[in-house]
Ligand binder design. Structure first.
Ligand code: MN
Length: 338
């Protein structure tokens, strides 16, 4: 890692203010990395002022974690006044919302620390990239920085880094042996690892529990080829309800909700549904559903959504038709590998 280059860039003689920016809806990896790095820099350069901000605010889970971490996010960072900007867990400036424009016109050096490959357009604006495609998380990269500087983690820094790694690896399900070694080192500093990890489970609100249960009570199951698909309606928490239907056993779930004339639809699929059918929920279903509702639709392969104007029952019927059509395409009928 280019630790020397980072330290030269952040030379306290020339750096009065550092502004650290996390992507919108900042997750525990972004927040954990921001806290640990700001704490590291404060230990080394106590005279440098540091502001940490998350575009459009952090996620609900991150807000929960921030009740434990001694980090205060700044709503309106002084981007123009900064001597150096650090982008954390953010591989394209589009993830910074309205601040993207300020980054484009920023004259000083920009440091990017991330485990995702940087978008080429954003790369042009970056002075120094500290990346590692093999790292599980931005927190793992920040841990390496502590290691190379020979700094022992404080309990709070260890808490922040462990939460970020646990979150980005889905509770270590995607961790490599390198990551697990890092986790073992971090854990050795913490008196109660289980207590720290429990910060990642948010208690579910009663309204969300009810929405999930109502969606499963109203579910309509349709077997299409080898796939069990589930369609349901609930007025709030459609995404959570669709996830719940998957965890109950559906391969693919669509939940629509109506409020007045407005309809929201959430779609979720299991990874094996996508791997076998190659039906991309965002492109093949959510986009046409958005058009059907005179609104917007899109998303990822296994998680997508659409919004617009219409009626929940008719949008579900239309979605069944779209899905049947998509499954009858040649590559979608390929038999499932079990
Ligand atoms: Mn991350």
């Amino acid at each position: 890692m280019s630790t020397q280059a980072i330290m030269t860039l952040l030379d306290p003689a020339k750096t009065r203010l550092i502004v650290m920016l996390c992507h919108h809806n900042a997750d525990p990896d972004a927040i954990g990395a921001a806290y640990a790095l700001s704490s590291l820099l404060t230990r080394l350069h106590p005279q440098t002022e540091i502001e940490v901000s998350s575009a459009e605010g952090p996620s609900r889970l991150s807000r929960h974690i921030l009740s434990t971490l001694p980090l205060k996010l700044k709503k309106a960072p002084n981007i123009e006044e900064a001597d150096v900007i650090i982008l954390l867990d953010t591989n394209t400036i589009q993830q910074l919302g309205s601040w993207a424009q300020n980054i484009k016109t920023f004259k000083g050096p920009i440091l990017a620390i991330d485990h995702h490959a940087c978008h080429p357009q954003t790369q042009k604006l970056i002075t120094l990239t500290v990346g590692d495609d093999e790292a599980s998380s931005t927190c793992e990269i920040v841990f390496q920085l502590f290691n190379e500087l020979g700094l022992r983690l404080t309990e709070m820094e260890a808490t922040a880094l462990l939460l970020g790694i646990a979150f980005d690896t889905c509770h270590f399900a995607f961790a490599t042996s390198t990551t697990l070694k890092v986790v073992a080192e971090i854990s050795s500093i913490l008196p109660d690892v289980r207590k720290v990890l429990s910060l990642l489970s948010l208690p579910m609100e009663e309204s969300e529990r009810m929405a999930r249960l109502k969606a499963s009570k109203r579910v309509r199951l349709i077997k299409l080829a080898d796939w069990i698909t589930a369609f349901s309606k609930v007025s709030t928490y459609q995404a959570s309800a669709a996830r719940a239907l998957l965890s109950l056993g559906a391969h693919m779930a669509v939940v629509a909700g109506q409020r007045g004339g407005n309809v929201s639809v959430s779609l979720r699929a299991s990874q094996d549904f996508y791997d076998s059918t190659k039906i991309h929920l965002g492109r093949s279903l959510a986009q046409p559903l958005g058009d059907y509702l005179n609104g917007m639709g899109g998303g990822h392969a296994v998680a997508a959504g659409a919004n617009g104007v219409g009626d929940a029952d008719s949008v579900l019927t239309y979605c069944v038709d779209l899905l049947k059509k998509a499954l009858s395409q040649p590559r979608a009928t390929k038999s499932r590998v079990s």
